[in-house]
Design a protein around this ligand. Structure first.
Ligand code: ZN
Length: 70
């Protein structure tokens, strides 16, 4: 594992963030686990996960509007 700046990866329900990790694999695994636990259909999961912008914790990584401002 690289000891880079911690990447925040959050697990969301339709009500908002339910958990946070610093590893996308851990977040994806937990997401799959709780979806299965709650009997979510594969094509319509109750929980999703999203990498967050390192600079702006409130924004998704990659499409962060604060970083992508021209
Ligand atoms: Zn940003």
């Amino acid at each position: 594992m690289l000891a880079a700046s911690p990447q925040q990866v959050e697990v969301f329900s339709d009500e908002g963030c339910v958990d946070a990790y610093n590893c996308a694999v851990a977040a994806a695994n937990e997401c799959a686990r709780i979806n299965e636990e709650d009997g979510a259909p594969a094509d319509e999961p109750f929980y999703t996960w999203q990498s967050m912008c390192i600079e702006h914790e409130e924004q998704p990584a990659g499409i962060c509007p604060d970083c992508n401002q021209a």
